[in-house]
Design a protein around this ligand. Structure first.
Ligand SMILES: [Zn+2]
Length: 512
């Protein structure tokens, strides 16, 4: 039996309808609908034990084994149904004892605390000492329990909780107006609301299933991973050049995609409408599996698109993707492309020519794409729409596909960097956007290799040095030198200038 419950408007009602154990039919305690939508799912024929409402304010649910093991990157994404995956094995590279050792010896607590404090842990009078404590963390535990609204007032509290609970997944949420753990005291008066949050992006290879023929679902290989590389290049450039953001962290999600954290102060303070506007700006791909034409380009190309096309997408499509996916190798594949060309005379002419030059010495994909371009760009077609088909096809195959819900709402959760994916054992390490084509998911350090390294190295030293000596060393050094250090420098300057402005204001108002 499968039970799916959306904790929403009908929450109280639905929960009362759930049977408890045979003798105990008393209704479950009512629960206030949370702010986010959840999917609650149970594969247990008797749902007792799958739902628990511990302590006041803790909403806990148990997920199916598959969900936990998949580490579901998109667990809380609005509107997405959990996909069924019947492969329930946990990777050999992962187990809870390994994870415990990882949290005991390697997890970079100090770096995470520094990052999440954004300079507010300093001694400057402008520092907001409550800042870190107002951040939501959420844990997905081994026994399928999911805890939201955890908050910690110090690095010691955070470290203690992680070591004790040994979460299979740690998610980071927004900074709220009050400590998430104490939100019960405030919610009546609506005093509990998100006030800051990194601008985040989630790009998942499984959203490209209609344009990759090597893999599907959560699987990735060297032929399709470059779609993620291209996405990083396009989005990173747009965020820096078009919006002026500087403090951007890209992270491997551990299995099938990448996450992006934009951490500039002005990004963290964006409201939901502004986030939506940025996400919409970046969201050219609007199709779904049922609409053949994924992209429709009207008028002159937007500068973002023109730049993405000439600097990244065109070359990637023509030099790599055409071959690696063999886009024109059989009828099913090339018909997909022909369907994007609205002019019947063009498509039938192309089919005829392809039949003629079957024996071309060139690679069939290159030859056929060459003919597509020749046909569409020839002087015969005056209509811009037809000439634009070349670009539309390239965009349809390669333009980044963002999960819009993640970016638009401040209270969305995103998996913390340096978590370990239970399915792959991979550590969610940062990716340097300047060298993203060198990133190979198959060589990402796994939990088991890290522990081997620890064992080999003996108990040389405790803490951070030990981390640097493992194969995670390169990642942590990149995180510190290219992301954290410049970020904290900006935060310090910002705190000082805000404080100076505030002091000046106070002086001015006193002098009146
Ligand atoms: Zn693949």
């Amino acid at each position: 039996m499968e039970i799916e419950i959306r904790l929403g408007i009908q929450t109280d009602l639905l929960l009362h309808l759930l049977p408890r154990s045979g003798s105990d039919r008393s209704p479950l305690p009512p629960v206030r609908p949370p702010r986010d939508r959840f999917i609650l799912q149970s594969s247990n024929p008797n749902p007792k034990g799958n739902f628990e409402f511990l302590k006041k304010g803790f909403i806990i649910y148990r997920m199916t084994g598959e969900q936990v093991e998949n580490g579901r990157d998109d667990m809380l994404i609005d509107g997405l149904e959990p996909k069924q995956n019947h492969n329930v094995e946990i990777s050999e590279a992962f187990n809870s004892n390994y994870l415990r050792t990882y949290y005991a010896k390697l997890f970079p607590y100090a770096d995470m605390f520094k990052w999440m404090s954004y300079g507010n842990d300093g001694r400057h009078p402008g520092c907001d000492q409550s800042y870190f404590g107002r951040r939501e963390f959420s844990f997905t535990l081994e026994n399928e329990i999911y805890l939201r609204f955890q908050s910690f007032n110090s690095i010691a509290e955070l470290e203690k909780a992680i070591k004790e609970k040994c979460p299979f997944k740690i998610d980071i949420g927004a900074v709220y107006s009050v400590e998430p753990a104490k939100r019960e005291a405030y919610s009546q008066a609506d005093g509990f609301k998100p006030v800051e949050r990194e601008l985040i992006f989630d790009i998942d290879i499984s959203d490209y299933d209609d344009v990759r023929f090597c893999c599907s679902g959560a699987n990735v290989c060297p032929k399709c991973w470059p779609l993620m590389t291209v996405a990083i290049k396009v989005i990173d450039t747009a965020l820096r050049d078009d919006f002026g953001f500087n403090h951007i962290l890209w992270v491997y999600s551990g299995r099938r995609g990448v996450h992006c954290w934009v951490c500039d102060g002005k990004a963290r303070r964006l409201n939901n409408e502004q986030r939506a506007a940025i996400a919409d700006y970046l969201h050219v791909y609007k199709g779904n599996e049922n609409s053949q034409k994924k992209v429709s380009l009207m008028g002159p190309l937007h500068p973002l698109l023109a730049r993405s096309y000439t600097e990244v997408l065109k070359d990637f499509f023509e030099d790599k993707f055409l071959y690696s996916q063999e886009l024109f190798s059989d009828e099913e594949r090339y018909e997909k492309i022909l369907e994007m060309i609205p002019e019947e005379s063009v498509t039938s002419e192309l089919r005829g020519k392809w039949l003629d030059n079957k024996r071309s010495r060139d690679d069939i994909n290159i030859a056929r794409w060459g003919l597509v371009k020749q046909q569409l760009l020839s002087g015969k077609h005056k209509a811009l729409g037809i000439r634009r088909c070349v670009e539309e096809i390239v965009f349809s195959f390669t333009y980044p596909r963002l999960d819009m819900g993640v970016s638009k709402h401040m209270n969305h959760l995103l998996k913390a960097p340096f978590c370990v994916h239970p399915k792959t054992g991979h550590v969610c390490i940062p990716i340097d956007p300047n060298h993203c084509e060198e990133f190979d998911p198959s060589t990402v350090p796994t939990l088991s290799t890290l522990l081997e390294e620890l064992n080999r190295g003996g108990l040389r030293s405790e803490g951070e040095d030990e981390l640097e000596n493992t194969s995670l060393g390169k990642s942590i050094r990149y995180f510190r030198s290219s992301f954290l250090r410049p970020l904290l420098k900006s935060c310090k300057e910002e705190i000082e200038s805000f404080y100076a402005a505030k002091t000046q204001q106070t002086k001015n108002s006193l002098s009146w």
